[in-house]
Design a protein around this ligand. Structure first.
Ligand code: HEM
Length: 176
């Protein structure tokens, strides 16, 4: 299913005051606005991904994945435009803690179809107080990796700032 996330349709209509569990990430607002400005710009959020009225994408938690230092989410967000020249897919993101001080990397399914995951951005994750008995994290200082440069047609260079993200997990657990 392709739902148009560049116009008024395809929104999940959720109440943004009560966030769903999962990863919430606007990705990069200037890029999304750029695609929305194209005459033929299109977007979709499917297979576990949805988009809010404020153009924030949510990926659901992947219940089949378990690791002490990585969280995986499910969903397929795609952008297209320029008569097919522009195609950006950001699917099934995973956030892996690499070491001390919350240094982490976010990988996605390879947009070009190989079996290896693409290292898209680095970030710093920090645990927050989540609502009720939930575990919440914030990811800041989100920066493009060298491996992700080609996906954006070499327009952004390594270190380009992407939007901060948040993820809400179902229940508390030990800090990795
Ligand atoms: C027909 C081919 C293309 C043309 C004529 C074109 C044109 C442009 C123009 C004029 C801008 C500046 C927009 C602005 O500042 O408002 C821009 C920005 C950009 N383009 Fe393209 N583009 C093309 C193809 C692509 C492709 C294939 C990609 C792949 C993802 C891409 C990714 C970007 C990105 C990431 C930006 C920067 C958006 C931002 O953060 O401000 N473009 N392009």
């Amino acid at each position: 299913m392709i739902s148009d996330v560049t116009g008024d349709s395809g929104k999940d209509g959720r109440d943004e005051a009560s966030p769903l569990p999962g990863l919430r990430w606007p990705i990069k607002r200037s890029f999304v606005n750029y695609v929305r400005s194209l005459a033929d710009g299109q977007g979709s959020a499917t297979h576990g991904a949805s988009v809010s009225d404020s153009m924030e994408f949510t990926y659901e938690i992947d219940p089949d994945f378990s690791s002490i230092n990585e969280w995986r989410f499910r969903g397929d967000v795609r952008f297209a435009g320029h008569a097919g020249l522009l195609f950006v897919r950001i699917a099934d993101p995973g956030i892996r803690v690499l070491g001390d001080e919350g240094v982490a990397e976010l990988t996605v399914v390879d947009p070009y179809g190989s079996d290896t995951r693409l290292k898209l951005v680095t970030l710093r994750v920090l645990a927050q107080d989540g609502p009720g008995d939930t575990e919440a994290w914030v990811g800041s200082d989100v920066r493009l990796c060298a491996d992700g440069v080609e996906l954006f047609n070499d327009v952004y260079q390594p270190g380009e700032q992407f939007d901060s993200l948040e993820f809400l997990l179902g229940r508390r657990r030990q800090t990795p």
